[in-house]
Design a protein around this ligand. Structure first.
Ligand SMILES: Cc1cc2nc3c(=O)[nH]c(=O)nc-3n(C[C@H](O)[C@H](O)[C@H](O)COP(=O)(O)O)c2cc1C
Length: 193
């Protein structure tokens, strides 16, 4: 299975990035290959001037087309998703997420805008024809502590549990998505189709 992850925060030190990194490590542990992209990988001018032919954008489009699923992380900015993430998603072809499963992750200063993913990100993923957009995970800043000194970053217990549940769900959705194409499975099936 192959997944593309997109870190939607423009910040170098990023709490939504911490969630995404956890997700990436968990998926790797399950044998899922993950290609990781960050907003900062893309030249700002390519994003601002909507350069559909930018080599970086074309590379992302190619990887997304190969992917079974995506994990997309965003901070909440002004009650919505990060503007630069929207600009990046605008550069994907119209059916880029056809047949793909998407797990959204978001962080915000408080839970006042915890529905931002539902009203600001999910419609965009729908417009890109995502097959299945999972419920996802929203975390408040206070639930994520950055690494410092010898201590690794820490998620509070409830958040850790929610993230693991979501990842299990995502992994299951990726596996279901794979099955219809698995010729070996059909060849060895003991039921008729
Ligand atoms: C420009 C800006 C706007 C923000 N607007 C909101 C907001 O409307 N609601 C909210 O809950 N948090 C808001 N925040 C807080 C961030 O969502 C929060 O700190 C988030 O975890 C940042 O994610 P990051 O560390 O991955 O960049 C804002 C932060 C910035 C810098």
């Amino acid at each position: 299975m192959f997944v593309v992850s997109i870190a939607g925060s423009p910040s170098v030190r990023s709490r939504s990035g911490v969630l995404l990194d956890r997700a990436r490590r968990w998926l790797n542990g399950r044998g899922v290959e993950v290609a990781s992209y960050q907003l900062r990988d893309f030249p700002a001018e390519d994003l601002l001037y909507a350069r559909f032919d930018s080599p970086r954008i074309l590379d992302l489009v190619e990887q997304v087309s190969r992917a079974d699923g995506l994990v997309i992380a965003t901070p909440v900015y002004k009650a919505s998703i990060a503007g630069a993430l929207k600009v990046l998603l605008d550069l994907l072809p119209e059916r880029a997420l056809n047949h793909k499963v998407v797990l959204p992750l978001a962080t915000g200063g408080s839970n006042a805008h915890m529905l931002a993913v539902d009203y600001a990100l999910k419609p965009v993923l729908g417009a890109l024809k995502a097959q299945e957009v999972l419920h996802g995970v929203f975390a408040e800043d206070q639930q994520i502590a950055y690494a410092s000194g010898d201590s690794p970053e820490r998620l509070d217990e409830a958040l850790e549990r929610r993230l693991l549940d979501s990842l299990e769900h995502f992994h299951g959705a990726l596996a279901r998505r794979h099955r219809p194409h698995d010729r070996n499975l059909l060849a060895t099936a003991r039921w008729s189709v």
